[in-house]
Design a binder for this molecule. Structure first.
Ligand code: GLN
Length: 481
């Protein structure tokens, strides 16, 4: 009940594109019954969670917030949805996103944008919500912000709906997806924990693909401990996703206090990039100093290929988009145009009606990169650069660094007006600069909120760790948190 009243209260921000009130209520009764008998189904029994709209749920619309899939109801559950159900979690709704995960704002959705919960003009009386060492969040107070009434702070993307669902306190946790930063970017803007596990640790079966070799289901929670709880439910080999790791994963148990003196933290100069705001830079050095004065070894490291990440990602992303989107022809999958025309015209008409301009643009550019005459020049070159970016990471880990500390985004959440004016909107947003490299290398990364900016918006930092070392990653994150 409380959960749905919150969902209703925050709906003006538009985090949910589909609310599953009936099934959730029935499950909640069943869970109460189990609770009274002392027989919990699993670690999340009765706990409300939300799922980004690009994860398949049996008989529930899975639209990727695109007209193309507006009426698509899958006949199966994504593995992560199965695992949430098995753990007793109650999925209360599907969350808004940029169409097919392409974007960094949750602006480009057929359901309209998701607005940030921070500094919103709306007055929220959600009660108190912990933020950063028991300091209370301020979205239950009216805050005068400097934006015009018709302007608002973006939630970030592409998993902006999931981030707002969690930040507002409507759900305990939400699933996002992360291909170049889509879980960490909105988590950073909304002041919550956004965790991208190692590639292959969590199954992608039933996650609508964007870039198959980089996609990872992401976890959004309010605390690092909650993220670990979610990972323990979701992680592990899945016969339906051949890229999942086969090693038996030991459930993650985050110790109350790690010995920070045994941790080496790398600071890569290359993440101090053009466009990084002073406020974020200051918070970055503040946390680095805090780690050092507490006994951690803080060392400067060099990752020279970081600057190439956006260009490289753009090529690889667009090529994979061109290939992944080919299935939406209006015949087998997707919206079918109404006209009585030839098959070829039907494809063209369905696709131009079904996809927004960002998706269509990426398909066109991707196909250009993949032309025989361009293949070596773009795709093959980008693959080579990708391996250099990965090599930067392995060299850093081999030098004894346990975790890297970097900014997550270059600024706090921008205003919608600023965001849509930026020329990078359709491309990979420059705000993804710090998040993309981890997807290239497949290593785990987490963003954690550190403090509020002078203006009252969350400032977050990112930690990255070697492949499958979520134990050290989340332990250090918990220490900082
Ligand atoms: N902003 C990036 C893009 O638009 C990343 C998206 C994502 O991680 N899904 O491709």
């Amino acid at each position: 009940g409380l959960c749905f009243s919150r969902v209703e209260l925050i709906q003006p921000l538009n985090p949910f594109v589909c609310v599953l009130k009936e099934s959730a209520t029935a499950k909640s009764f069943a869970s109460n019954d189990r609770y009274s008998k002392g027989k919990l189904k699993g670690p999340l029994d009765g706990i409300p969670v939300a799922v980004k709209d690009n994860f398949c749920m049996h008989s529930i619309p899975t639209t990727c917030c695109s007209r193309m899939l507006k009426s698509f109801k899958p006949g199966y559950n994504a593995t992560v949805v199965e695992r949430l159900n098995a753990a007793g979690a109650i999925i209360i709704g599907k969350c808004n996103m940029d169409e097919f995960g392409m974007g960094s704002g949750t602006i480009d959705s057929i359901y309209g944008p998701t607005k940030n919960v921070w500094l919103s003009k709306q007055k929220y009386t959600l009660g108190r919500c912990d933020f950063n060492h028991g300091k209370e969040s301020e979205f239950n107070q009216e805050i005068s912000s400097d934006c015009e009434p018709e302007d608002w702070y973006i939630s970030g993307g592409s998993s902006g709906g999931s981030a707002v669902a969690v930040a507002s306190g409507a759900v305990f946790a939400a699933l996002g997806s992360d291909t170049g930063g889509s879980t960490r970017n909105p988590a950073a803007y909304c002041g919550i924990v956004g965790f991208k596990p190692s590639y292959g640790l969590v199954s992608r079966h039933g996650l609508v693909p964007l870039v198959n070799s980089m996609d990872v289901p992401g976890i959004l929670t309010r605390t690092v401990d909650d993220a670990a709880t979610m990972l323990n439910v979701l992680a592990g080999h899945d016969p339906l996703d051949s890229t999942t790791v086969r090693t038996l994963s030991v459930p993650l148990d985050l110790k109350e206090e790690i010995n920070i003196k045994q941790v080496t933290v790398g600071i890569a100069q290359e993440y101090h990039c053009h466009g990084l705001s002073n406020e974020i830079l200051n918070v970055w050095s503040f946390v680095a100093d805090l780690l050092e004065s507490s006994g951690a070894k803080v060392v400067p490291v060099s990752m020279p290929h970081t600057q190439t990440s956006i260009a490289c990602y753009t090529v690889l992303n667009h090529c994979e988009v061109a290939s992944n989107m080919a299935r939406y022809d209006g015949i087998e999958f997707g919206l079918r145009a109404e006209e009585n025309i030839s098959t070829e015209e039907l494809y063209a008409s369905s696709r131009s009606k079904g996809f927004n301009d960002v998706v269509r643009g990426r398909i066109l550019v991707g196909n250009y990169f993949l032309l025989r005459k361009n293949y070596e020049k773009y795709f093959v070159k980008a693959m080579k650069i990708r391996s250099l970016i990965s090599r930067d990471f392995s060299q850093v880990w081999n030098s004894g660094v346990d975790v890297l500390l970097t900014p997550t985004t270059l600024t706090t959440a921008p205003l919608n007006s600023e965001f849509i004016a930026s020329s990078n909107r359709e491309q990979c947003a420059i705000q993804d600069y710090c998040t993309q490299p981890a997807n290239m290398a497949g290593c785990p990364a987490v963003t954690i909120p550190i403090k509020l900016s002078e203006q009252g918006l969350p400032i977050s930092l990112q930690l990255m760790a070697p492949y499958l070392r979520e134990d050290i990653l989340l332990s250090v994150a918990k220490w900082i948190e």
